[in-house]
Structure formats: C-alpha cells, structure tokens
Design a protein around this ligand. Structure first.
Ligand code: PGA
Length: 267
C-alpha cells in the first residue's frame, strides 16, 4: 500500500516573510490530517524558515534542486548535506524547467537551457540525494512536439531508465517519480486522467525493468501539470497515480489544502 504524496512546487515565488505566513496557516489547516503525506518546495532562500515554521507538523520540506557534489568549489550550487541542514527531506530533480524548457521564456539556443540538466546529471543528483537520505523526486515528461510525434512513452521511459539505472533496487524504492507532461505545466491544460495514469504505468514498468517488481510496487508516482482543486481527485483516484506535484495551485493555502485533501484515501 503506497501512502499518497502531494507536493507544492513554489518555483520562484515567495519571500521569507510570505513563507512564514503561509506555513503558519498551512500548519494549522493540516493539523490532524492523516493518510496522506504533503510538503512544499520553497525557494532556497526560504527553506530554513519553512522548516522552522513546519517543525513538529506533518509538512515536509522539499528543495527545488540538489547538486551532486560538495562541499567544495561549486559556486552557486547547494549540496544534499546543506539541504538536510536547512531542514529539507526531499529534493526535486530534473524538473522540466531545470531541464531547460521554460514555457514561454526564451532560452538562447547556445546554452542548452539555462541549467543544462540532462538524464546524466539527474542520475548523479538522484544518487547523491539517496546517499544523504534526501528523498529524490525525479521529474520526467514529454514536450508537446514529442507527444505529437508519438514519442511520449519512449521519452518518459528513457528519462526514468537513465536516471535510475545502476542504483541499488532497495534504494530505488525510496525514489518518487513525478510524471509532468511539459505541455501541461503552468498552461491550465491538464492531462486527461486516463492518459496520465497510462503514462504513470509506463513509468512503473520502467522502474520494474530497472529494479524489479517489489521496488516498482513501492515507488510512488505523482502526476504534475495544472493540477487544481477541481481536477485533483479524478487524477489521484487512478491506480498508478499516487499523488501530485502542484505548481500554481500550491501558492494559496486554501487551494493547496483542497488538493491535499483530494488525495485522502477515503475520497
Ligand atoms: P503547475 O506546475 O501545477 O503550475 O502546472 C507544476 C510543476 O511545474 O511542478
């Protein structure tokens, strides 16, 4: 039995003071909720404040990225050890925005995306996070062009395979995978629940190929991309979808609370 997990990805939003106010309200609103795990991913600058305010509550603190090395001469990067020190217990890895696919924001062609994330850097980050006891949340998903070319399953399977291959199957069981079709992120165009469940099944099959059936049955697979209080329950009711990664709808306490509640097993 997999415990549902709902994570809010704040992206580049909220000051330290805004974070404190949000977490205070969210902590009160979620007191007593059982049967679903939930967390928020503030910007790095707010992580420690969020962790401080969330202490002794059920709110998990998530980093939006993690570097695979350190300490050392790695200007601008944050290691798993420093994230743990700030109070994070999970880290997003390979979000489509760090893979260089910012929606409408133009990325110069010669940069390979602002952050040049690849399946190889994702694998290094997953391994580093696991080593530090930080739960990796590996994000995968196809672009609209890839979907229209019929490449969805191949792209998603490749992203999962390349990030997880070579790891100890017992470790892989602790990984969370978030299927986030790039065309559904921040667009209001949610993926149809049946289709989202089908692709999450492709993710699970790939985990089975990499790490065996026991691990595949334990790994939690989230759906992300325009999840909101109105569509969450239909998505979370599907057999292969174990919760959600929520962007825009996680910025307001009431909306995010409704999405978290939609993942409760009784729904
Ligand atoms: P969205 O973002 O819910 O705003 O579409 C999801 C994400 O990027 O994780």
């Amino acid at each position: 039995m997999r415990t549902p997990l709902v994570l809010g990805n704040w992206k580049l939003n909220k000051t330290i003071a805004e974070t404190r106010d949000y977490v205070e309200a969210f902590r009160i609103a979620t007191a007593g909720i059982e049967g679903v795990e939930f967390g928020i991913a503030p910007p790095f600058t707010s992580l420690a404040m969020a962790a401080h305010e969330a202490a002794k509550s059920g709110i998990r603190i998530v980093a939006q990225d993690v570097f695979w090395a350190g300490p050392g001469a790695f200007t601008s990067q944050i290691s798993a050890a420093l994230l743990k020190d700030a109070g994070a217990s999970l880290a997003l890895i390979g979000h489509s925005e760090t893979r260089g696919r910012f929606g409408k924001l133009e990325v110069p062609a010669d940069t390979g995306g602002f952050f040049a994330e690849s399946n190889t850097t994702c694998r290094l980050k997953v391994a580093a996070a696991l080593q530090a006891d930080l739960t990796p949340v590996l994000c995968v998903g196809e672009t609209l062009a890839e979907r229209e070319l019929g490449q969805t399953d191949a792209i998603v399977a490749e992203q999962v395979f390349e990030a997880l291959t070579g790891l100890n199957p017992l470790d892989v069981a602790h990984v969370v995978v978030a299927y986030e079709p790039v065309w559904a992120i921040g667009t209001g165009k949610v993926c149809d629940a049946t289709e989202a469940d089908r692709v999450c099944g492709v993710v699970r099959d790939t985990v089975r190929d990499v790490a065996g059936s026991d691990t595949a049955d334990r790994v939690r697979i989230l759906y992300g991309g325009s999840v909101n209080p109105g569509n969450a329950q239909e998505l979370f009711n599907r057999p292969n979808i174990d919760g959600g990664l929520v962007g825009g709808a996680s910025l307001k306490v009431d909306d995010f609370l409704a999405v978290v509640r939609a993942a409760l097993p009784s729904h």
